[in-house]
Design a protein around this ligand. Structure first.
Ligand SMILES: NC(=O)c1ccc[n+]([C@@H]2O[C@H](COP(=O)([O-])OP(=O)(O)OC[C@H]3O[C@@H](n4cnc5c(N)ncnc54)[C@H](OP(=O)(O)O)[C@@H]3O)[C@@H](O)[C@H]2O)c1
Length: 289
């Protein structure tokens, strides 16, 4: 089973933290970045997206804008209150990204914010929002097209259209640096029994981002697989996965403390973005050295 191999390779607890520490390459946790950034993080009300906001915010230069997006407005407000006050402009956008209305709301909020701001010299979009889908079923159980279509509307169509719309709204110009991130998964590359929707949408997303990287050489494109995280999604994985071996693996990982802390994984991604040495279109995993 992959998770056991990965855990052995990367070690657990302090070993994992040690390996991430080495990957920091001497960057200080709170080192403020240059330029003026516009950052959009989808699914920032909890889990990895929330941690990404917490890790990025203190490093964003003054007058940068951070756009937080999710359905749960209360969680977004609580997150904003925990971010460094004063120097950063924060927009909270309550939007259901599974439908066109939610996507329009987000794009309109970004464009209204930009009317108040100086043009950014960096755009960072992190397509993090995602869902597991119904993992209580095997492929032969998916007989209803509407269930598959609605899963793909949120987990594939939405990040594609959001990425495309933002790249159009912020076109190429001199000294303008654009980066788009696809939060991916090992499931984009490997089949997991009873996780067919999740694996398929992650695989489709990963390929879409590779095509984008090939088509738009001036855009920095990254797929990042954050590792098995201790989040709500993992709770669903432990309780609802139909495949008994996979369900047991997640249960064991949780019991043995082998799930990765979201802040650790968020720090790793932020450091990869700050160093900016990845090949555009690459698929990088938390466990990669
Ligand atoms: N957890 C893992 O082990 C793991 C492993 C590999 C990859 N990943 C990936 O990492 C990303 C984050 O996962 P996570 O574990 O942090 O998940 P999570 O705890 O379930 O959080 C998901 C986030 O997406 C938002 N979201 C869900 N449905 C939405 C919708 N219809 N419209 C807008 N936002 C929506 C949620 O906010 P609201 O409910 O407030 O809308 C929440 O902020 C996902 O792309 C996931 O596939 C996770």
């Amino acid at each position: 089973m992959w998770f056991r191999k990965q855990s052995l390779r990367a070690g657990v607890g302090s070993d994992v933290r040690g390996s991430v520490g080495r990957m920091d390459g001497g960057l200080q946790a709170a080192e403020v970045l240059p330029g003026k950034w516009l950052c959009i993080i989808t699914g920032s009300s909890r889990g990895l997206g929330r941690s990404l906001a917490m890790v990025l915010a203190p490093r964003l230069p003054p007058a940068s804008r951070l756009v937080l997006v999710a359905r749960d407005a209360g969680c977004l407000l609580r997150l904003e209150r925990q971010l460094p006050a004063g120097r950063l402009r924060v927009s909270r956008v309550q939007a259901d990204l599974s439908g066109e209305e939610g996507q329009r709301r987000l794009l309109s909020a970004v464009s209204s914010a930009q009317e108040l701001d100086e043009p950014p010299d960096r755009l960072l979009l992190i397509n993090n929002a995602g869902s597991l889908g119904d993992v209580s079923k095997f492929v032969v159980d998916f007989t209803e097209p509407s269930e598959i279509n609605s899963y793909f509307a949120f987990n594939f169509t939405s990040p594609v259209c959001l990425t495309a719309s933002l790249l159009k709204a912020f076109p190429k110009r001199e000294n303008f640096h654009r980066t788009v991130v696809n939060i991916s998964s090992l499931c984009a590359r490997q089949p997991f029994k009873s996780w067919s929707l999740y694996c398929s949408a992650k695989a489709a997303r990963a390929m879409m981002f590779r095509v984008l990287a090939a088509e738009e050489p001036d855009v920095r494109v990254l797929s990042y697989s954050p590792g098995p995280l201790d989040t709500e999604m993992q709770k669903t994985a432990r309780s609802e996965t139909a495949d008994p071996e996979l369900r047991q693996t997640f249960t064991d990982m949780h019991r043995d403390g082998r799930l990765i802390d979201c802040q650790e994984s968020a720090r790793k991604l932020v450091n990869i973005l700050v160093r900016d040495e990845f090949q555009s279109g690459a698929h990088i995993d938390y466990y990669d050295q």
